[in-house]
Design a protein around this ligand. Structure first.
Ligand SMILES: Cc1cc2nc3c(=O)[nH]c(=O)nc-3n(C[C@H](O)[C@H](O)[C@H](O)COP(=O)(O)OP(=O)(O)OC[C@H]3O[C@@H](n4cnc5c(N)ncnc54)[C@H](O)[C@@H]3O)c2cc1C
Length: 412
């Protein structure tokens, strides 16, 4: 049987495109290499699935921003939310910041809605089908699996995702399928991942959390700032704020530029005045306990050590220069950034299939008529906050619109 459309990859983008096409009566085959579709979706938003962001703009994206802008125009967050509510039966609710979640606050309900809707609409879902070859024969695309299975369709949509989180299905096959049709793939590197710093600098801080303003410095210049909770790890800094800095850090490090992160634990206060007042109030307090209450104890001790002060020094004996140095470290503790976590731990892939080879109004290949791509396999990545799923949904829904139009015109 020759289907109208084959969708390669049953993740966020593949599932929603399958629903959208089947809703229009198209015969769709969905090919997923894992035994279950949508496994990554279950892990999103800490199991709650932050499925979009109401205030998304092109500025929240990196890589081919023009494509992100086009997708936001065609399928803005409100339209995606309406699709989830009205077509998939998943009412959504925003939090105070504009991040949108399913009303159930369960990622599993998003996956179930997509999966069940595909079944109800007659999508032929074939799991355990790892597409290793894609070719064009006559008027149809033929996909071949490593197990010797085949599937044919008039249009093909590549939704194989990126390289992040390989345990959840990510692999590089989609890039190779597109390369086979002459598509260029830009270099890929982890985005949204913890920052690596020299272990000796953060030794003993593992598991400690603190509210902090993080500034990424590239060759000493401010590249990006993020405020939020930092979580110290054995060899670096994690937490959403730190993870947001991974992309610009990796970009700079790949170009051989020096990177560092400055941590400000008192971004809103006058640190010097606060410490002076504290020293007067608690003159007998040893430095090792002096910052208790401002930051977690072990972190306070590390800051004191980084300022070159003896842990036994009494606050009352602090010289003005020492106090100034302590304030300086408390508001600008600089750690060299040596890299980020790799794809195993990263949430998103920067880079991918170049959008120069696509008509970004419908995510249609300019190399092979009838070929489309959507989601993370393309060279667009977003910040943390629902932007990556928004891109997956909107680019896939655009591709589905494009496929539908192409089939309607029977221009193949
Ligand atoms: C832990 C974690 C949490 C996240 N949380 C959020 C969040 O809350 N909000 C947000 O916006 N984004 C989040 N993201 C990012 C988001 O999940 C992805 O950007 C999004 O899933 C990408 O969708 P996709 O369809 O392009 O790829 P995927 O969802 O990765 O789907 C690709 C699918 O293709 C299949 N596949 C690959 N190769 C083949 C092949 N050769 N043949 C057949 N099938 C194949 C894979 O098995 C997979 O099922 C998170 C990511 C991670 C890892």
């Amino acid at each position: 049987m020759i289907y109208d459309a084959m969708i390669i990859g049953g993740g966020a983008s593949g599932l929603i495109a399958a629903c959208a096409l089947a809703l229009r009566g198209r015969r769709v085959v969905l090919l997923e290499k894992q035994e279950r579709v949508g496994r990554k979706l279950l892990s999103t938003g800490n199991g709650r699935c932050n499925l979009t962001h109401l205030n998304a703009t092109a500025g929240d994206y990196h890589g081919a921003r023009a494509a992100a802008r086009a997708a936001l125009k065609a399928w803005p967050p409100e339209r995606v939310v309406a699709f989830f509510g009205e077509t998939l039966g998943v009412p959504c609710v925003p939090d105070g910041e504009g991040r949108v979640y399913p009303m159930s606050r369960q990622a599993a309900s998003v996956l179930d809605a997509l999966r069940l809707r595909c079944d109800e609409l007659g999508v032929d879902t074939r799991t355990g089908f790892r597409v290793t070859g894609l070719s064009r024969k006559g008027g149809a695309f033929e996909a071949a699996s490593d197990g010797g299975e085949r599937a044919s369709a008039r249009c093909a949509l590549v939704c194989t995702g990126g390289l992040a989180a390989p345990k959840l299905g990510a692999s590089g096959e989609g890039y190779r399928l597109l390369e086979g049709f002459g598509h260029a793939i830009s270099p890929r590197f982890p985005a949204i991942a913890a920052l690596r710093t020299p272990p000796k600098d953060v030794r003993g801080l593992k598991g400690i959390r603190a509210q902090v303003l993080l500034t990424l410095l590239v060759e000493g210049e401010i590249a990006r700032e993020e405020y939020g909770e930092a979580l110290f790890a054995e060899s670096g800094v994690s937490g959403i704020a730190a993870m947001q800095l991974a992309r610009p850090a990796n970009e700079a490090l790949r170009e051989g530029r020096r990177c560092a992160v400055a941590l400000d634990f008192l971004p809103d206060g006058d640190a010097r005045a606060l410490l002076r007042q504290r020293a007067e109030q608690l003159p007998l307090r040893a430095m090792e306990d002096f910052l208790n209450g401002i930051v977690p104890r072990r972190l306070g001790q590390t800051v004191v050590a980084a300022a070159g002060l003896s842990p036994r020094l009494a606050a009352g004996a602090l010289a003005e220069g020492q106090l100034a140095r302590l304030a300086e470290v408390l508001t600008g503790w600089v750690l060299p950034v040596t890299g980020t976590q790799d794809f195993d731990q990263a949430q998103v892939t920067a880079g991918g299939a170049s959008l120069k080879d696509f008509d970004i109004r419908r995510m249609a290949s300019l190399r092979a008529p009838g070929l489309f791509a959507a989601g993370e396999v393309l060279d667009v990545d977003g910040d943390c906050g629902g932007f990556n799923l928004q891109w997956a949904w909107s680019s896939a829904l655009m591709a589905a619109d494009g496929i539908d139009k192409l089939l309607e015109g029977d221009a193949l």
